[in-house]
Write a new protein. Structure first.
Lengths: 156, 426
């Protein structure tokens, strides 16, 4: 089965916010996120035949985007993901955003995919190609570290 | 126990990001599309399943639906024949029937073949919930032609002028991300039969944007499906971000760590309360899967797994030929060299020809390159149908070609690799 162009465009636009968060969890600036998402969309369109089933479109596209973000880091020798100060100020939760950026990337990415983008543990496992147990452990560590940095009252 | 909720702390999606997404999507026609070579196996499987539905016939020369699905063009291997377990577990309620026909557990994947049918001519929609095995690491990966909780199959005689079928047979595929249980374990599968309430529209006739619950009737490969959608924008030049009422309902009612049973119930409630459909019958079948470690045979690498070349080093991390599938994983680390050999071509233009016991495959394997495992390396995998015989070695030859130029491929015979295998049980 294969998505037509309209369906591909519709689905890609529908998960734009999730893509931004996933890219931003890896890359330190919006300009890099733009480059990564462009490359990811092109590669996804070129490799549409590797999408095993339409219902996995979001997780599949997210995985491609994460690959592109990491490729970009390698190409530009981006050693550390640091938030743009401006972006932190524009965040609706600046303290939480800053705390997130202090988490190790692997933990931060799992936290964003699960708690912000809404993927369940199994989907995060599929996106990151790590066992479910590892996902749970990273989420556990992420929660613990955020609570330590921000205190329990920061979370509902 | 309090629920951990992390508020969205990310800034608004920047206009530049949105603009780049939109601009890229508007120019897809200029991008080369990958040919279907590596999905040929999937397309053929889906086509065969579609033919089964239309003809109502069992797979030729085999009594088992599963074996026919796993070996559409070759004879089943002896392991698969031993491992396929008939169940014929069935329940009928209010004129509909759900039957678990058989399963096959090959050591890492569980294949479950089932049939759903209606006794009446009036159209209804069948939704298939992912299978669940509590206490295990089973995750329902889906089959190329399988259904989901948002895409159902129409059952009946006719829908919007299109002839349909009163019965459907399909296969769910689940993968164990950790070891399979040592002993018997229970699997739950659910069939949800619903009577449509919302407007039913053919996909080809959807020309306007809709915000109201809509059941979109269209084709997916050889199968007719009904999509439960709440927002459809057929015009690609008028794209706007909008709320998804179904998604909002699920976000509001599905709690963290919910079970599969709770997820199915939530979808059912969502469809009823949002005006998509009403439940005619819900049938949940629970069956026991008994691992057969004596006959579960798969392969592991029994020799050198790493090969160094001028352009890259490749390490094979998995070479699994099971009763029901083929799965190869590898890790490529590019070398630091100049010229036209770059990381990009290794990632995008290098493919592999696989020869189990030196013989060409009937169907090529699908291939995908994935995320990195280290600073330089990227992970790749090849997957496909099971083989009629378990091989004792695999020869792999890289080939190079651009995605749109498969007829111009260059075989890298001097990079031929032979990996010895051994069979292990359990």
């Amino acid at each position: 089965m294969r998505l037509n162009e309209q369906a591909f465009v519709k689905r890609a636009m529908a998960c734009e916010r999730k893509l931004y968060r996933a890219a931003r969890a890896i890359l330190g600036c919006d300009a890099d996120c733009e480059d990564a998402v462009q490359d990811a969309l092109i590669k996804a369109w070129q490799r549409l035949d590797t999408l095993r089933e339409e219902r996995y479109f979001e997780t599949w596209l997210t995985r491609i985007l994460i690959n592109e973000c990491k490729n970009l880091c390698k190409k530009r020798r981006l050693a550390e993901v640091l938030p743009e100060t401006l972006a932190a100020l524009q965040s609706p939760e600046p303290e939480l955003f800053e705390a997130l950026t202090k988490l190790p990337e692997k933990i931060r990415l799992a936290m964003v995919l699960h708690y912000n983008d809404g993927y369940d543990v199994a989907q995060v496992s599929g996106i990151l190609r790590i066992p479910v147990g590892t996902v749970k452990w990273r989420l556990h560590q992420g929660r613990a570290q955020l609570r330590k940095m921000l205190g329990e009252e920061a979370f509902r | 126990m309090s629920k951990f909720v992390m508020r969205d702390s990310f800034p608004e999606t920047p206009g530049g990001f949105h603009g780049r997404v939109e601009a890229t999507l508007m120019n897809l026609k200029e991008v080369d599309r990958m040919k279907k070579r590596y999905k040929l196996a999937t397309v053929l499987v889906a086509a065969l399943i579609g033919a089964l539905l239309l003809a109502g016939l069992a797979y030729a020369a085999v009594q088992s639906n599963l074996l026919g699905r796993l070996f559409p063009n070759t004879t089943p291997n002896p392991q698969a024949e031993r491992l396929v377990t008939p169940l014929n577990l069935s329940e009928t309620k209010d004129g509909v029937t759900f039957t678990i026909n058989e399963y096959l557990l090959d050591g890492s994947d569980l294949y479950v073949n089932w049939t759903a049918s209606s006794e009446v001519a009036e159209p209804m929609i069948l939704l298939n919930g992912p299978m669940a095995a509590e206490g295990t690491s089973l995750m329902d990966n889906g089959d190329p032609a399988s259904l989901s909780l948002q895409e159902g199959a129409p059952l009946g005689d006719e829908l919007l002028g299109q002839s349909i079928s009163r019965g459907i047979t399909s296969t769910n595929v689940g993968h164990f991300y950790e070891e399979i249980p040592n002993g018997p374990f229970e699997v739950t599968m659910t069939a949800l039969f619903m009577t449509p309430v919302a407007e039913l529209v053919k996909e080809a006739d959807m020309t306007e944007r809709t915000h109201s619950p809509t059941l979109m009737f269209g084709e997916r490969g050889e199968r007719w499906v009904v999509d439960f959608i709440s927002d459809y924008q057929p015009n690609a030049t008028a794209i706007e971000f909008s709320a998804d009422m179904l998604g909002n309902y699920l976000d509001a009612h599905l709690t963290e760590g919910h079970s599969m049973r709770e997820r199915i119930a939530c979808y059912q409630a969502a469809y009823e309360q949002l005006g998509y459909a009403q439940t005619l019958a819900k049938i949940e079948l629970i069956f026991t899967v008994e691992p057969d470690p004596e006959h579960i045979v798969h392969t592991v690498i029994d020799g050198p797994d790493t090969f160094e070349f001028d352009e890259f080093t490749i390490r094979f991390t998995q070479m699994d030929f099971t009763a029901a599938s083929t799965h190869i994983e590898y890790e490529v680390t590019p070398a630091e060299i100049s010229g036209d050999i770059t990381e990009d071509w290794l990632y995008s233009e290098m493919w592999f020809e696989v020869y189990p016991d030196g013989k060409p495959l009937t169907k090529p394997l699908s291939q995908q390159h994935d995320g990195g495992s280290g600073d330089n390396a990227f992970i790749g995998e090849l997957w496909g149908e099971a083989l009629p015989e378990t091989p004792t070695s695999v020869t792999i030859i890289p080939e190079r070609h651009k995605q749109s130029e498969q007829d111009k491929k260059t075989m890298m015979e001097d990079h031929k690799m032979v990996i010895p295998l051994k069979q292990v049980s359990g």
